[in-house]
Write a new protein. Structure first.
Length: 116
């Protein structure tokens, strides 16, 4: 692979917050992405409970890759918050796994206990 293409790939991965060691050269001289770590429901719940200790969390893998997730969070921390603020709270809690690539896409449902 030519140096310009390699540099563009590396910049793209760095932009996404991934470590630069996520690429390796195959035996054919082609850069390939190494398999990334995945996030478990337990780990995801731990991150969310740091921000919302009462959170009840359900996680569904949407694609079989464990990085495209449907997440339902039920917490009284959402009381009085609009949908955008609820989602911001979740994204802030999941900042680290979003930046390191363990989570690529989220489909969110955020409810209070009274709404569930």
């Amino acid at each position: 692979m030519d140096p310009i293409t390699t540099e563009l790939i590396m910049q793209n991965h760095e932009f996404q917050g991934l470590r630069s060691n996520c690429l390796s050269e195959s035996r054919y001289g082609i850069l390939v992405e190494k398999e990334a770590a995945v996030i478990t429901q337990e780990t995801l719940t731990e991150y969310l409970r740091r921000a919302m200790p009462d959170a009840a969390v359900t996680m569904i893998d949407r694609t079989g890759t464990m990085d495209h997730l449907k997440v339902v969070v039920v917490s009284d921390a959402f009381q009085g918050k609009n949908l955008l603020d609820r989602h911001r709270l979740i994204y802030q809690a999941l900042d680290i796994p979003m930046k390191d690539g363990r989570i690529h896409a989220l489909e969110l449902t955020a409810k209070t206990k009274d709404e569930s």
